[in-house]
Design a protein around this ligand. Structure first.
Ligand code: C5P
Length: 210
């Protein structure tokens, strides 16, 4: 019987779910896990070792290597995100990372998890679930602005195409696809500032707690 306070935050790339999850963790004083980072760590380990991102067998081997430090700046790169999205479609990769995420969700201190399947697969009994989204054009604009700030030379249309491809792959896969859990509250951040989105998320969680 679980009684700890767990918040599951899911949504597509650049929806704001990571920022919201971190803010919720700070607000409710809960430990936070960015589950996308686990897939990114596997992707980066695979790339560094020269493995094939199209091979489920090699991706599972990369899960076991676990040698990428969590603060490696490469983890946030576009190529690593792209490979993470590809290898995360493999059921054996998801299975290899499942236990670690469930343990995090089950800790007595409670937890905030963000990703694609935290409310549907990892923590289906979460106290509160949010599905954070925004139109692809708005998410692409945010990603584009962030890349430009980081000094990257990119075209908006390429970023939009990447976002759409990532959405299609994350939603279209058979293993734990990206979808809104039936009991998740929808939060469209498209017309919101960061502060507004955080305030709305806290209000939705408080509502679940009431
Ligand atoms: O959220 P982030 O962009 O860091 O995640 C990278 C990729 O990892 C996503 O595109 C998605 O395919 C995968 N992922 C997943 N399940 C999660 C979290 C991330 O499949 N719970």
């Amino acid at each position: 019987m679980k009684s700890s306070f767990v918040i599951a935050v899911d949504g597509p790339a650049a929806s704001g779910k990571g920022t919201i999850a971190r803010a919720l963790a700070a607000h409710y004083e809960l430990p936070h896990l960015d589950t996308g980072m686990l897939y990114r760590m596997v992707a980066l380990a695979l790339l560094r070792w020269g493995g094939d991102p199209g091979s489920e067998f090699e991706a599972v081997r990369a899960c076991k290597s676990g040698l990428v430090p969590v603060d490696d700046p490469e983890l946030r790169s576009e190529i690593v995100g792209e490979v993470a999205s590809r290898i995360s479609a493999f059921p054996a990769v998801r299975a290899a990372l499942l236990e670690r995420q469930r343990e995090f969700a089950d800790q007595p201190a409670g937890a905030v998890l963000d990703g694609r399947d935290t409310g549907t697969v990892i923590a289906p009994d979460a106290t509160a679930k949010l599905f954070v989204t925004a139109a692809p054009e708005i998410r692409a604009r945010r990603r584009f602005d962030e890349l430009v700030r980081r000094g990257k030379s990119v075209h908006f249309n390429e970023v939009l195409t990447d976002i759409r491809a990532r959405d299609a792959r994350d939603s279209g896969r058979t293993a734990a696809p990206l979808l809104q859990a039936a009991d998740a509250a929808l939060l469209d951040t498209g017309a919101m500032t960061v502060d507004q989105a955080i305030a709305a998320a806290i209000a939705l969680v408080d509502d679940r707690l009431a």
